[in-house]
Design a protein around this ligand. Structure first.
Ligand code: UDX
Length: 421
């Protein structure tokens, strides 16, 4: 928003994060964001506070808090969204638009509209709109400044006009815009993520079949992806999806559908989730098979993890397939060594029992099995001949189906790939 020329106040309740942001430091890994942040902290167009009243007079308020999965159900935890509205509303004394960005179960915005009307001194002058975002981690800056589309959920002319002004740069550049009601706007986000998850699980289901018959899922994806109606994107088979969005969104969607009495409509998402889970278990199974004939050692078989983040260009380990597998193998008595260019810190916080290193050679040294689970480009550049000299046994599972099978095998590696012969 500061980059687009607006005067921005970021409100954050964690004092550690406020302090970092004020110094222009991003408290997580995201390409291109540090430069943007420090530029606008310096220009004075972007400042941070933990005091909500400093932001109360704004013309537009974006609510961008998380909606994680509840610990004891499939549903989304709306505590943070509710708290944001409850604490902001009493401070709203002049006309404003409160814009929800968080991914929420359909019907939340309607409930919050009523709450806002009840609590805001500005009354009907404080409008609520829903404006989901679709940014991908690793491409957050690009996706925000040049989105594929904009969705505005509001039936109020003033709210629509305000948001059109906010997004004038993108709209002038021809970004498609869909203006719709609150419920549809909420549903757009979850259905988009449900579709993407389904696409990934579809190709992973094909991978399971390919494994049975010795077929190649990457060729299959290329071939069906050439059909413009299908498209090649999000057809990369492998260890499946993770992260803070896709897994919890498909679960929250099922939960909400069930509350609404239309659980049949999202029943297929149970399979989408189950296929995704089976891919993780498949990697565990392949690892067990590979070490099956080895002599038993006191420390257990040493497994080198190439990657901990749920995807490259991110340090996010939420619902990471790599970390799930690391945890399972550690529990089963394996000696787990994890390498990741950015995510060893967050991974260590979740699984402190594993060994972590930022030195790739160190990770590979003495390994009985190597698991390639996050497709950071650095792993594709590994020289298999040199790597074979570091490990105890040259065995690798390619959980992202991107390694050059011929190159690795001709260097003496026993390479197993998900969905490829
Ligand atoms: C996703 C949506 O893409 C984004 O629009 C939404 O706003 C938030 O959720 P993100 O979680 O950042 O974004 O990552 P994404 O690129 O969608 O990848 C999700 C997971 O799917 C990753 O674990 C990735 O490795 C996996 N994936 C992706 C595949 O396994 N195969 C693919 O073909 C694509």
């Amino acid at each position: 928003m500061a980059e687009l020329g607006f005067d921005v106040v970021g409100v954050e309740s964690d004092p550690g994060k406020v302090a970092a942001l004020r110094e222009g430091r991003v408290p997580f890994y995201e390409p291109a964001l540090p430069e943007l942040l420090s530029r606008h902290v310096e220009s004075g167009r972007l400042r941070f506070t933990d005091d909500l009243s400093e932001a109360a007079a704004a013309d537009v308020h974006f609510v961008c808090v998380g909606t994680p999965q509840q610990p004891d159900s499939l549903g989304a935890d709306l505590t943070y969204v509710d708290a944001a509205i409850e604490s902001l509303a009493p401070l709203l004394t002049r006309p404003t638009v409160v814009v929800g960005k968080s991914t929420v179960p359909v019907g939340t915005a309607e409930r919050l509209t009523a709450r806002l009307a009840e609590l805001a001194p500005a009354g009907a002058e404080a409008l609520l709109a829903w404006n989901p975002e679709f940014l991908r981690e690793g491409f957050a800056v690009e996706d925000t400044l040049r989105p594929d589309r904009l969705v505005l959920g509001t039936t109020h002319e003033r709210a629509e006009a305000t948001l059109r002004e906010v997004y004038a740069t993108a709209l002038c550049a021809g970004t498609p815009l869909v203006v719709t009601d609150l419920a549809t706007a909420e549903l757009v986000k979850v259905s988009a993520n449900a579709f993407l998850a389904t696409k990934i699980s579809f190709i992973n289901a094909m991978a399971e079949i390919c494994e049975k018959v010795g077929a190649d899922v990457t060729d299959l994806a290329d071939a069906i992806g050439h059909d413009k109606r299908i498209g090649r994107k999000f057809l990369n088979a492998g260890v499946g999806f993770g992260g803070g969005c896709l897994p919890k969104d498909i679960r929250a969607f099922q939960h909400r559908a069930s509350e609404l009495g239309v659980d049949q409509a999202t029943a297929f998402l149970r399979d989408v989730d189950a296929i995704n889970q089976r891919r993780r278990e498949r990697v565990v199974e392949l690892t067990r098979d590979l070490v099956a004939g080895d002599p038993v050692t006191a420390t257990g078989p040493r497994v080198a993890f190439l990657g901990a983040a749920f995807k490259p260009d991110s340090d996010d380990v939420r619902d990471s397939p790599a970390l799930w597998i690391a945890e399972r193998l550690h529990r089963d008595g394996y000696d787990v060594v994890v390498h990741d260019p950015e995510a060893t810190g967050p991974a260590r916080a979740k699984l402190p029992e594993a060994t972590y290193t930022e030195d790739l050679d160190e990770a590979l040294t003495g390994a009985d099995v190597v698991l390639h689970l996050t497709e950071w480009p650095v792993y594709r550049r590994i020289d298999p001949v040199r790597a074979a000299g570091l490990v105890r046994h040259p065995r690798i599972v390619d959980g992202r189906t991107v390694l050059d099978v011929e190159a690795w095998r001709s260097a003496g590696w026993d390479l197993r790939s998900l969905g490829r012969p």
